[in-house]
Design a protein. Structure first.
Length: 482
């Protein structure tokens, strides 16, 4: 494994076309520093790692870094890497007011871990290729243990009492900086609420919306059935929102809908990102109607063949709730998720959070904060991105060799693929045959899809020692059927 590929940090940049690669990169870095997404002292990825992430030449990145060092935006020291310069950026020193760290400019103020219907039974199948879970055998035990020891030693006494329902300030501060840097989220620690998993996050948000007068919520179809059930238990009516190759058909949203739950970065289960035109349309709809968009970014950190898609929340923080989770990046057993809220929703959500559990477990929050601040979280995510990409490539290559009639899609990001079977091959029958062979699969129609000839295969789920066997079992099944 190339250590440089996993040793850096992730960095989301909006590269503006039309000015050349180097000029666009310089402009994006200046803007990220100017608005406070990159705080003073933040260590940037190596030129080699950033070039790989952005699809640029290494010299282009090195020259951009050199120019910004000369301008005073960045500093570079042997052995210390390239960092954001301390103090105010040059624009502020020339009299232009810099945006304070974490301030929103221009504002007025995971999907579920597991399968729909029932929770997954890990003992049901010899090989499990159902989507919804990461490779639990790759949990960073050593890094987590080390972070837990440091966090416990540094924790103030008051951390072990009844604390802020929003979550520990250490984690909220770490998340605000991380999400701004990696996903382009525009938030502040006081606007973040830590929840005990995505299920609780959707539940408290749904009840807060209902208490504020919301009645109807649009939910992508196909999508997670559990999400629909959670919203219905919050006494909200769910409205199916069709999905195609460009993501959710947001033009179908009308004035009679109060909120919409979307997966813009990587629609589940089709794998399609929300197109730029539809991202703009979703934000315009929310602004025009006063509605709320709930952005489920359950696996936004895992992308492979395309540039990362920034969070929709960054376009309209006053109208978009950003929902993230550690379930895919680390493990669902941690029960850690977070909501970046518009200011108007902070108190309503906190009211519901207080009644749910007052606050989420403290030690895991402190540990995750330490993991993020130390850079170990970035290194783990980058390692897992390589891990899942290699698995995806093995899946695609094996299918091309053993079941060439099967078409694969939705693989530019995430941890699952959609397999289109040859015409006349019912996916439900294939799922039943797989179960008889000890192989766990799911069809698209189990997620509310109408196509009965597509499978949803989670290549991230099997532990490392079982992946080769799972792949062999899948190929043998499909080769026999096609």
């Amino acid at each position: 494994m190339n250590e440089w590929a996993i040793s850096g940090v992730d960095l989301h940049l909006d590269l503006v076309g039309g000015a050349g690669a180097r000029a666009g990169l310089e402009r994006a870095l200046r803007e990220a520093v100017r608005v406070g997404r990159l705080a003073p002292g933040t260590r940037l990825p190596s030129s080699r790692a950033l070039a790989k992430d952005l699809g640029l030449a290494r010299n282009t990145v090195a020259e951009a870094y050199g120019q910004l060092v000369a301008e005073g935006w960045l500093t570079a020291r042997q052995g210390s890497g390239t960092r954001v310069a301390d103090g105010r950026p040059p624009s502020a020193r020339r009299g232009q007011a810099a945006v304070p760290r974490g301030t929103d400019r221009g504002t007025r103020g995971g999907p579920l871990s597991g399968t729909p219907g029932i929770l997954p039974d890990p003992d049901r199948f010899a090989y499990d290729l159902r989507p919804g879970s990461p490779d639990l055998s790759s949990f960073p035990r050593a890094a987590w243990s080390a972070a837990a020891r440091r966090a416990l030693a540094a924790a103030p006494h008051e951390a072990f009492g009844y604390t802020d329902p929003r979550g520990r300030p250490e984690l909220r501060e770490a998340l605000a900086a991380y999400l701004g840097r990696v996903r382009g989220v525009r938030t502040r620690p006081e606007l973040l609420t830590v929840c005990s998993g995505f299920v609780q996050a959707v539940g408290v948000l749904g009840r807060a919306l209902r208490a504020g007068g919301a009645r109807r919520v649009a939910v992508e179809a196909p999508g997670y059935a559990h999400t629909v059930e959670i919203l219905r238990r919050a006494r909200l009516t769910t409205v199916p929102l069709p999905v195609d190759d460009n993501g959710a058909q947001v033009r179908a949203l009308g004035n009679d809908v109060d909120a919409a739950l979307l997966t813009p970065a990587h629609q589940f289960p089709t794998g399609s990102p929300l197109s730029p035109e539809r991202r703009t349309a979703a934000v315009a709809w929310a602004r025009a109607t006063g509605a709320v968009v709930v952005e489920d970014d359950y696996d936004g950190e895992f992308r492979y063949d395309r540039q990362p898609v920034g969070a929709l929340q960054g376009l309209a923080p006053e109208h978009v709730v950003y929902a993230g989770t550690a379930s895919k990046s680390l493990a669902p057993g941690l029960r850690l998720a977070w909501l970046a809220l518009p200011p108007a929703l902070v108190e309503p959500v906190l009211d519901e959070k207080r009644m749910a559990d007052h606050h989420s477990p403290v030690l895991d929050q402190l540990t995750l904060a330490e993991l993020i601040v130390s850079g170990a979280y970035d290194r783990h995510v980058r390692r897992m991105r390589l891990h899942y990409r290699r698995r995806r490539d093995r899946l695609v290559a094996a299918l091309a060799e053993h079941a060439p009639a099967v078409r694969v899609s939705g693989i530019a990001a995430g941890m699952h693929a959609v397999l289109r079977l040859p015409p006349g091959t019912p996916a439900a029958q294939v799922v039943a045959e797989a179960a008889a062979r000890g192989l766990g699969l799911q069809s698209l129609d189990e997620f509310g899809g109408r196509d009965t000839e597509e499978l949803v295969v989670g290549y991230g789920t099997p532990p490392e020692h079982a992946f080769a066997g799972a792949l062999d079992a899948l190929c043998a099944l499909l080769a026999a059927r096609t």
